[in-house]
Design a protein around this ligand. Structure first.
Ligand code: G6P
Ligand code: ZN
Length: 566
């Protein structure tokens, strides 16, 4: 143990913009670089935890984006001065978001700090983020993030140990002990993948998956292409798919070295930002399967041969329908299912058939945690490319791919065949999402306010709208609110819903994860029992037009086209 170090109290002034969004505080790197900005936010997280912090252990890590290292060093010094007893940190600061969640649960610690802005671009000109996760491994609930924010508006000082030497501390595996104000403070640097890989081995049948990926005497190899988009999953993909499951490092994986600017791409696995992967699969029909992950590894996109696209809503429903082939669920049984409100309702049909509970929660993974902790929920997902289960309390991209490959191995069918079989059985919930990124905040707010006005005066209900020969009549319109069935907490104003008589839906939300301007999302869904093979954009075109008409989105934003269509 080194010499005794003394903590100090540093004076500071509050910043006005430290309100965590859907998933933590996300800002441009240069915002976090301001003097005391990061320090203030970390101190506010610690203050929000109160007495529980003293003597506690926390997990720290992230997707390795630019500014991660200085942020972690700040966390180390502030934690040491705030009487945290130990930090468990991924080597070089690298831990995927699912891996942080798994570690918090494995070590039964107080919580974790995740350094990521998820799928937002990284690098000095782009985004950084800090998110706090609680002891169940999930994102902090609203009451904690609200109290962090309140504290941030009043903070006057933070505690730190400036003499604690952090240089290269997180680069090398091992444990360092410090004496701070007479207390022991421990920093343990762990391998980024070991715990997570072991967890995946307990959940899935790696022998079967290896046989699928490598092929057997009876069957050719199932040819996958996994795209880490230069994000954190690269290290997990190499470990799990290449080393454990025998995938080829040259042909089956791409962009698997995490870069602190994600190679200047937008590390978001959707049809626009992962177009590169889509094109590869279209060009080369030797590939049976493709998947991409976001920067911090919690999102996934699933593609079949020739880039056949599986919507996240359908992905959830297919997995729900086939969970029995995964050892974890065989052992633990399957409790209910859940989806976020804007997610298409395909999984609801599976739940009804299997006699399982189904929950509809607001957007944001944090809303699933209570249900999982209460043993009511096993599998859930969001249209925003999130799929996961109660093995942790975050969505999990690698898990989703292993789950899909398990289903494929079990059914001995390709992705498209599986989807078509599913739609034949259940009918199809057609779904698309239009994103209008970085709009002027004023216009976006006006548009939403006007819609809220319609809801308040009940004016939409009963109205019929016609576009391209199709007519839809409004049955109900509201601003979604949710009462958590476990702790009765209420989340209001979670998205404008226009529900039509035939079950079709139009939903409008402002994104909670953007870092500048306002991003408007319009979610469009309809259900067809028989006509299940039409192109989704064709099928949904009339509703899209109606959605634009009702909202006057073009007029309010000046945008003729969305930035991203999913
Ligand atoms: C993050 C959360 C998800 C959520 C998504 C919504 O990825 O982890 O749970 O669905 O943000 O983002 P939005 O930009 O629509 O608020
Ligand atoms: Zn993410």
């Amino acid at each position: 143990m080194s010499n005794t170090l003394q903590s100090v109290i540093a004076q500071t002034l509050p910043f006005e913009d430290q309100k965590p969004g859907t998933s933590g505080l996300r800002k441009k790197v240069r915002v976090f670089m301001q003097k005391n900005y990061t320090e203030n936010f970390i101190q506010c997280i610690f203050d929000a935890l109160g007495d529980k912090l003293k003597g506690s252990t926390l997990v720290v890590g992230g997707d390795g984006r630019y500014f991660s290292k200085p942020a972690i060093n700040t966390i180390i010094r502030i934690a040491s001065a705030n009487e945290v007893s130990k930090l468990i940190i991924g080597q070089l600061g690298i831990l995927s978001t699912p891996a942080v969640s798994a570690l918090i649960r494995e070590h039964k610690v107080l919580g974790g700090i995740v350094l990521t802005a998820s799928h937002n671009p990284g690098g000095i000109r782009n985004d950084f983020g800090i998110k706090y996760n609680i002891e169940n491994g999930g994102p902090a609930p609203d009451n904690i993030t609200n109290s962090i924010y309140e504290l941030s508006t009043k903070i006057t000082q933070y505690k730190t140990t400036p003499t604690l030497e952090t240089d290269r501390l997180i680069d090398i595996l091992g444990t360092s002990k410090f004496n701070v104000d007479g207390r022991q403070f421990t920093v343990e640097i762990i391998d980024s993948t070991t715990n997570y890989v072991n967890l995946m081995k307990q959940i899935f049948d790696f022998n079967k998956l290896r046989a699928l990926i490598r092929g057997t005497d009876q069957r050719p190899a199932f040819n996958v292409l996994l795209d880490s988009m230069n994000g954190v999953t690269g290290v997990y993909v190499r470990n799990i798919f290449v080393e454990e499951l025998g995938a080829s490092p040259d042909n089956n994986v791409r962009r698997v070295v995490p870069l602190d600017n994600f190679g200047e791409i937008h590390p978001d696995p959707n049809l626009t930002y992962a177009k590169d992967l889509v094109d590869k699969l279209k060009e080369d029909s030797n590939y049976d399967f493709g998947a991409a992950f976001d920067g911090d590894g919690d999102r996934n996109m699933i593609l079949g041969k020739n880039a056949f696209f599986v919507t996240p809503s359908d992905s959830l429903a297919v997995l729900a329908n086939n969970l029995e082939c995964i050892p974890y669920f065989k052992k633990n049984g399957v409790n209910g299912f859940a989806r976020s409100m804007p997610t298409a309702a395909a999984v609801d049909r599976v739940a009804a058939k299997l006699g399982k509970e189904i929950f509809e929660v607001p957007t944001g993974w944090k809303y699933f945690g209570n249900l999982m902790d209460a043993g009511r929920l096993s599998l859930c997902g969001e249209e925003s490319f999130g799929t996961g289960s109660d093995h942790i309390r975050e969505k999990d991209g690698i898990w989703a791919v292993l789950a899909w490959l398990s289903v494929i191995e079990h059914k001995q069918m390709g992705v498209e065949e599986i989807l078509k079989e599913h739609w034949t059985l259940y009918g199809r919930n057609y779904f698309t999402r239009y994103d209008y990124e970085e709009c002027e905040t004023e216009g976006a707010n006006k548009m939403i306010n006007r819609l809220e006005g319609f809801i308040a005066d009940g004016g939409l209900v009963g109205k019929a709208y016609t576009a391209l020969g199709k007519t839809y009549k409004v049955a109900k319109a509201d601003n979604f609110s949710y009462v958590d069935p476990i702790d009765n907490s209420v989340a209001k104003n979670q998205g404008i819903r226009i529900l039509f008589e035939d079950g079709s839906r139009l939903i409008y939300r402002l994104s909670g994860t953007g870092s500048s301007g306002a991003t408007i999302r319009v979610y469009i869904e309809c259900y067809e029992k028989e006509d299940v093979l039409t192109d989704a954009q064709v099928m949904l075109k009339p509703l899209v037009e109606i959605g634009l008409e009702i909202s006057q989105l073009k007029e309010f934003t000046g945008r003729n086209q969305p930035t991203v269509i999913t």
